[in-house]
Design a protein around this ligand. Structure first.
Ligand SMILES: Nc1ncnc2c1ncn2[C@@H]1O[C@H](COP(=O)(O)OP(=O)(O)OP(=O)(O)O)[C@@H](O)[C@H]1O
Ligand SMILES: [Mg+2]
Length: 591
């Protein structure tokens, strides 16, 4: 084990296992009892053959009965108690690790999730913790019992006859070597199979949920072929695994057979020479079968330790990560805010070597509506992500009511900000639950008011289950615009002082958008609003339009001012909005 792994192992024990030391002590005691209960059987056979049968004392048969049955009964009772203690403790520890891990994950900043694959994070919560669970619940027991069994049994064998014991033991290294050779390959193949399965499942999931794309490009045949190709590889790997493991067990069988033959042949001679009793030979023979299993497991202990310690390392790697965005020690709690926001020379990049926003200066008075316009990739979403401090600025400052947002507690800051993100994300559950996500304690009237403001109340009421309609995989299917409006209702429910709408009206028809616009207009007196939009009506209405291009504010002003400037905005206006404007005029005329 590398040194840091040992350190992590000690930490794991200290944090998660130490609280259960009494139970673990109990488990260890039970374990010794369990091992002790399995060892006497060959000795009882020896007693039967060497002492009881020759003496013709029938009453002693009852003693033999009592000993064999008693040992079995005791063994199983101890086993039951042991499993109970171990599973109880193991599950407690695992519960602790998983919940602490998840809580920690929730505390990490957004940038962590930007750079990690979801699958990898999930694998840590599920697989790595499972590996530790396995170690705690079975690995730990077997290692100790194995060691104990080996020492006692080999000791007894030497006690019977050291020559016979030496001969028997010569087979053991061969037996262990056979395992060492094959198990390594089996494990490698097993890993390859797991990866292949993950790949198959991943592509299956993508292709099934993206079946529309497959069909629209008429790629069914191609997809089937590429899937079959993956299945074939999986088949080849599984064949390989099958051959490897049957070779392993065949060779192991031959070797243990050789060992048994050796014992009976040489032992038989010893009995004929009168050096050994028949009972001792029988007992000795039984004991040889005790050593193979523990031996193999102990030989593999190194690989097991590596496997487990890698999992422990990965878990601590995540647990040790500090959120990049932390509350300052004396961070402020803001009860009420006016909603004045100021960017001063703000530059930002997601990584140290790239800059997405350059020296942004922006002053927004309480209650203003600011529209942010610009080409795709200009940095609009990035700009608004800085306000709730999803990321910290690289340089410059952002203030709310004159307070640097880095001096405000994150929870307190975000309480005042409602965000409707560009990509709508609703969780599986009912519509009510999704809207309530913004503020769990809202009343029914407040939910309905938010839904009305987001122009979705009528739709929801038209559903058979109304607000209790289940959405997501198994529930009602919603259109993109309906999802957007639920997402808007969720943000409005918190009644935030600062409202940020990131392109969230893109899927709404102009009538719905106009209605929403109307709502926002009535709401906006009391709140500062940022909107990123492509629709002219939304933008024209804003108190301030900010034109962003390649991370820089290149123009700012009201609609009229910007048109007068005849710059980027006016070009954009004439290219992009003229058609829209004309069609709207047309609509008016036809009415
Ligand atoms: N999480 C991220 N990590 C690294 N780079 C990012 C991340 N999000 C965005 N970027 C980069 O930052 C730049 C600005 O992206 P942003 O999402 O702010 O653009 P946008 O103006 O909102 O575009 P759109 O109109 O298409 O939504 C892009 O070059 C993008 O590649
Ligand atoms: Mg965007």
């Amino acid at each position: 084990m590398p040194r840091h792994s040992t350190k992590n192992f000690v930490r794991l024990v200290n944090i998660f296992v130490k609280p259960y030391w009494a139970r673990i002590l109990l488990a260890t005691g039970l374990m010794f009892l369990l091992t002790a209960s399995t060892i006497p059987l060959p000795l009882i056979i020896k007693y039967l053959v060497d002492d009881v049968l020759p003496s013709h004392r029938k009453e002693l048969l009852l003693v033999v009965f009592g000993m064999v049955f008693g040992a079995a009964l005791l063994g199983r009772l101890v086993y039951l108690a042991l499993r109970y203690v171990i599973i109880y403790t193991g599950e407690k520890v695992i519960f602790q690790i998983r919940s602490q891990f998840y809580r920690h994950l929730q505390r990490l900043s957004l940038s962590y999730f930007d750079h990690k694959q979801t699958g990898e994070i999930m694998s840590r919560v599920i697989n790595d913790v499972y590996i530790i669970q396995h170690m705690l619940e079975s690995g730990f027991i077997t290692i100790l019992t194995d060691l104990l069994t080996l020492v006692i049994v080999i000791g007894i064998m030497f006690h019977f006859n050291w020559r016979l014991a030496l001969i028997t033991i010569t087979v053991l290294p061969l037996y262990a070597a056979n395992h060492e050779v094959f198990v390594r390959r089996i494990r490698r193949t097993g890993r390859a199979i797991r990866r292949k399965i993950e790949e198959i499942v991943g592509s299956l999931e993508e292709r099934i949920s993206g079946v529309k794309v497959v069909k629209s490009f008429a790629k069914e045949e191609y997809e089937s072929k590429s899937f079959i190709e993956k299945l074939k590889e999986n088949y080849r790997l599984n064949m390989r695994l099958g051959i490897l493991s049957s070779s392993l067990s065949s060779i192991a069988g031959v070797l243990s057979g050789f060992g048994a033959a050796l014992v009976l042949w040489y032992g038989g001679r010893l009995v004929l020479e009168g050096v050994m009793t028949v009972g001792s030979l029988l007992a000795f023979y039984s004991y040889t079968s005790y050593v193979y299993g523990p031996l193999v497991r102990l030989v593999q202990i190194n690989a097991t330790i590596q496997w487990v310690s890698a999992a422990i390392d990965r878990i601590f790697e995540t647990l040790d990560l500090q959120p990049t965005i932390k509350d300052m020690p004396n961070a402020l709690e803001l009860d009420k805010i006016q909603g004045e926001i100021r960017f001063e020379k703000v530059s930002f990049g997601y990584t140290p070597d790239t800059t997405v926003l350059h020296e942004i200066d922006l002053e927004v008075k309480p209650g203003m509506v600011v529209a942010i316009v610009g080409p795709s990739g200009a940095g609009k979403t990035t700009l608004i992500s800085l306000i709730p401090r999803f990321y910290d600025v690289t340089s410059g400052t952002i203030t709310i009511d004159g307070v640097d947002i880095r001096r405000i507690k994150q929870a307190s800051l975000r309480k005042h900000i409602g965000i409707v993100p560009q990509e709508t994300i609703l969780f599986s559950g009912t519509i009510r639950e999704n809207i309530l996500y913004g503020r769990r304690k809202a009343t029914e009237e407040e939910i309905i008011a938010a839904a009305k403001a987001a122009n979705i109340h009528n739709f929801i009421s038209s559903l058979p289950d109304g607000y209790d309609s289940i959405i997501g995989e198994k529930g009602t299917k919603l259109s993109v615009g309906q999802k957007q409006r639920i997402s808007i209702a969720r943000a409005l429910l918190t009644n935030p002082k600062i409202l940020i709408l990131d392109d969230c009206t893109s899927a709404l028809d102009s009538k719905t958008e106009a209605q929403l616009q109307e709502t926002l207009r009535t709401l906006r007196k009391s709140r500062t609003t940022f909107v990123i939009a492509h629709r002219l009506s939304t933008i024209m209405d804003a108190d301030l339009i900010v034109v962003l291009n390649e991370g820089r504010i290149i123009e700012r002003g009201t609609h009229e001012e910007l048109l007068d400037q005849k710059g980027f905005y006016s070009r954009l206006y004439y290219q992009q909005f003229k058609a829209e404007l004309e069609s709207e005029k047309g609509n008016v005329r036809t009415k």
